[in-house]
Design a protein around this ligand. Sequence first.
Ligand SMILES: *Cc1c(COP(=O)(O)O)cnc(C)c1O
Length: 403
Amino acid sequence: MNHDQALPAGLRPETLAVRTAIERSQYGENSEALYLTTGFVQPDSATSAQRFASGEGYTYSRTSNPTVTSFERRLAALEGTEAAVATASGMAAILLLIMGLLKAGDHVVLSRSMFGSTINLFGKEFAKFGVQTTFCSQTDVDEWRAAVRPETRLLFAETPTNPLTEVCDIAALADIAHGAGALLAVDNAFATPILQRPTLLGADVVMHSGTKYLDGQGRVMAGALCGSEALIMGKLAPVLRTAGMVLSPFNAWVVLKGLETLGLRVKAQCENALTLARWLEAQPQVARVYYPGLPSHPQHELAMRQQNGLGGGVVAFQLAADTPEAARAKAFHVIDSCRLLSIATNLGDTKTIISHPASTSHGRLSEEQRQAAGITQGTIRVAVGLEHPADIQDDLSRGLASL
Ligand SMILES: *Cc1c(COP(=O)(O)O)cnc(C)c1O
């Protein structure tokens, strides 16, 4: 039973985040039920046959599950799209995007600054199947325009990027894609629908790593693609049902509950991040701070316009040194002097996470590739959580002050 029909029309995102997409059982539970089941008992053979033929109703959890459906509907409501389909992780969402939209010989244009696994999945794994790629500058729109070919089917962007928070112009890239008869997909894991809703700026598909802000408490892996009913339910969901990288109902339930507090968390994390970024900029040991909310950020104006006036929850900064070895030693010292922040892989968690991209997320790149990406041995990333900002600063100043 779906109670959404009973909700008043025109509800605002804050309300939708807690009220929409509740599939209540006969018990009328107020909190979303967790349907942890593989199969669904059918009333009779005729109904079973009808459900298998039409895809309506529930039969088997690789095909659909009420808890997963609730997560999909709620995320679609927040992104302002007609539909969403959930996947086992963010990377599984990108895998689905590739499998559903591309074939051998097709060409994709992406940013060189995208998430490392995204670059590998397109540029390495799917190169084996004949998918062609061109990697462009994150910020130079002309480079994207020049990269388009007759076989271009997809432009894929991520904004802001990890870890240097470079911002690209979604509306400009959508124009280029549509002029070429291609689609624009946007990885919205960093920004979340609280900062930007890419389809309202012209994007055709929104990709999520639910692992990050959507769960927001560092508990489960999840992913999703959002877009039109025709694209999501017509083209992508059928591939997912066959290929099977579906989201588990348990993980869907966790992320579904995470969506209820997404707005509160993300706004508070943006506020903490801005406070931290301003403070870092004033520290003599810090050579450069990367944060879209600072006027010193090269795409500050675009970011403020595109991101609802918010800079996001991730701040990166650079420690200057004469040699890469010295820079690395300084970065390790600052990180290892923290007693509060977690040295971990993830972001969007309530707990602030500190990391050294050159030896972790970007560790497999050559020093030359890293330099080209602007990531040095002295670069530190802070994915800001919900602690008091003064405690985050105190933790970082311990290492900075003793450099
Ligand atoms: C984490 C992340 C991904 C991959 O998501 P997983 O859930 O880890 O598979 C993709 N893009 C961005 C921007 C991410 O931060």
